[in-house]
Design a protein around this ligand. Sequence first.
Ligand SMILES: *[C@@H]1O[C@H](CO)[C@@H](O)[C@H](O)[C@H]1NC(C)=O
Length: 220
Amino acid sequence: MRNSRTACLFCVRVSLISVSTAAKPGVLMFGRSSLSVLEGSKMVRIPVIRVNGSYSKISVRYQSVEPETGPYSQIQGLLEFPDGVEMQEIEIPLLDDSIRGPDVSVRLMLVQPSKKTDIVGESCVLEILDDDMIPGYLELEKSMLSVVENVGSVRLNVMRLDGTDGQIRVKYRTVPDSAVPGSDFSTTVGELVFEEGEKAKTLTVDIVDDEIRNHRKSSR
Ligand SMILES: *[C@@H]1O[C@H](CO)[C@@H](O)[C@H](O)[C@H]1NC(C)=O
């Protein structure tokens, strides 16, 4: 009697209430059900995620189901998920043919899951948009640049984005803001010519060093 009472002072009830999902291999699904890319983007990455567990190494195969051909080499392969890894990416190199053609959609499926895991969810539709014959648009790489007065000249990059088809030309000129043309910078006008395929050009503005201490200036 006395013994059992002493023992009870140290009683602790332990019960198992849930099994951690970390001890399960989980199931696999596409991280997104559709994706659009430009043909010229060279590579597309499609996430495949592992949910409801990440225990042990599992794998799954992927393949295109329709159509089989497009601006890519055959789409098929194996994705391996090491123990604890919850996302992998299918990498599909895109072939940029420079020929105007229709946009292409291809459906990808996960197949042949390894033992212990399964596939859930839908397939993934990859849309490849033709970007040939698109001249693109131009933008100054930086909208603001600070230089010291005695720098001599400043070089600004002009970027051609979202397409490089054909030759395009752009005129430019300096517009004074708080800087004074002639005493702070040389008024500059010019034209840049982007040949087919060219993605960047540089223009130069001369900065005048007046050797007088004064406030910051700017020009556009
Ligand atoms: C993950 O587990 C929860 C709870 O068991 C379940 O409701 C859900 O459907 C599972 N998710 C997937 C994708 O299997």
